[in-house]
Design a protein around this ligand. Sequence first.
Ligand code: ATP
Ligand code: LTN
Length: 329
Amino acid sequence: MDNKKTLFSGVQPSGRFNIAGYIGAVSQWVKMQEKYNCIFSIVDYHAITIKQDPQVLKRQIKEVAKIYLAAGIDPKKSIIFQQSAISAHTELTWILNCYGVRMSDLNKMTQFKDKAGKNQESASVGLFDYPVLMAADILLYNTNLVPVGEDQKQHVELARDIAKRINFQFGDLFVVPQAIIKEEGARIMSLLNPKNKMSKSDTNQNNSIALLDDIDLAKKKIMKAVTDSGSEIVYDKEEKPAIANLLTIYAQLGNREIPRLVKDYQGKGYSDFKKDLAEVVAKFLSDFQTKYNKISDKEVEDVLNEGAKRAEKLAKYKLDEIKNAIGVK
Ligand code: ATP
Ligand code: LTN
């Protein structure tokens, strides 16, 4: 074994993957492949915490794998695998459910409250337990670092608490992981309402831009994005949240610095700014989609098979350790 740290993250194959997930999570993973032992999962058991159409789910699992590859995740450097292929994830979830988490921990999770809305009583137990499956994903691989968007911070904190609790009871079994959250771009907001996060489960598709959106449609979405009162291009999250969000998207997808953009747009209005941003988004999507369309289903199948083999070995070793510690093996 080398002495590189281990990094783990994942995306759910639910809905249409959008630029927010790309900016907040996937784009930073690509750069980390040299420095760390990276493991990237397609977390399909997380996706089914909300009902999924089986045929659509099958398609989206492949889609996320292709998105990883098109974004620059290299299967020679990193492990890419489908979560449900490794049963150790659900087995460890059960053990953590029993020894690591309390009802009161899960009752604090804001994502559950947001997703279940007013219907908490009819939400699935899976949706409630979602953060524990995420902790199992992380802890199975001795993960040090977890690069995610800001919305996942609370879940990574819980994984840390679970690791510490189990270590206290059974000795040092788990590495205590740490979230990595970007300073800029960790919370991209909706195009039509900058108070809400851009989310792929949003039913109004005009709030977000999917990585596989038609390019002209994506441009139109930018032109229709809400702006703030006034007409100046300034970066002020409190007073001008819509423009601050568009500036962030511009900087992240166009590889520019926000202060530089603000300077360049001095004296220009929202309309000029949005036209240019629409072109930046179009160029980004077009480059991305060209790479995406070159990846075959066969390639994805091979990458996932190979990834599952590599992940399985690591996961099985850790699961056996834990089973032994709690007395079932
Ligand atoms: P939903 O929006 O339906 O809850 P999601 O997009 O949060 O789903 P995933 O696709 O699994 O769920 O998220 C993938 C990664 O993208 C996660 O690391 C998540 O934190 C990040 N992410 C999601 N939304 C945003 C956002 N608006 N800004 C920045 N990062 C985000
Ligand atoms: N819940 C995460 C996806 C996820 C994940 C993980 C991220 C599942 N397991 C382990 C990091 C590490 C989300 O983004 N919705």
